[in-house]
Design a protein around this ligand. Sequence first.
Ligand code: BEZ
Length: 209
Amino acid sequence: MTLRLGDTAPDFTAATTDGEIGFHAWKADSWAVLFSHPADYTPVCTTELGRTAALQSGFAERNTKVIALSVDPLKDHHGWAPDIGAATGTELNFPIIADADRTVSELYDMIHPGEGDTSTVRSVFVIDPAHKIRLILTYPKSTGRNFDEILRVIDSLQLTDAHQVATPVDWTKGDRVIASPALATDDVLERFDNVEVVTPYLRYVDDPS
Ligand code: BEZ
């Protein structure tokens, strides 16, 4: 199934390290990050899940729940979890889906046949409170992701949902933002503080939040 930005994230029921989860009911009206990793007991995945666990308070501050997935069985997830804590210094603190029958992987197109085997690639879906898909990332198996970047995108989505702004290259929370190109410059000058008009379409303003 090809999923695109703005699509409703498919619902599913799955076995996880925290028991059976119905995805929409579990995330309820929170934001969610659903991400796949290729396999348990592998080095890059161990670092990724440890880093995600370490960022848990950052996700919680953004009203965001995190859930991981691989096609390994539940017993492997439970066997591997202590290694994540021992290797990275942060115990696993979010559920991992055991997608042994590949139901969820196929729903979200997380298995790419050209990528060596039938394990999942490194997919990331950011899903909003209305269950709409707002970010899709796909990384190769050999490249660990940057989970600070995922937090940064959530910050941008939450800010730009609330105000008529966009966020420029390399923006991080608190930096100046860009007024929506849909607004006339007169409007921008009226609505925002500290406007810098670089071109008629590039107007930097203070973060209005
Ligand atoms: C890893 O997590 O280390 C890994 C998994 C699959 C392929 C390459 C690396």
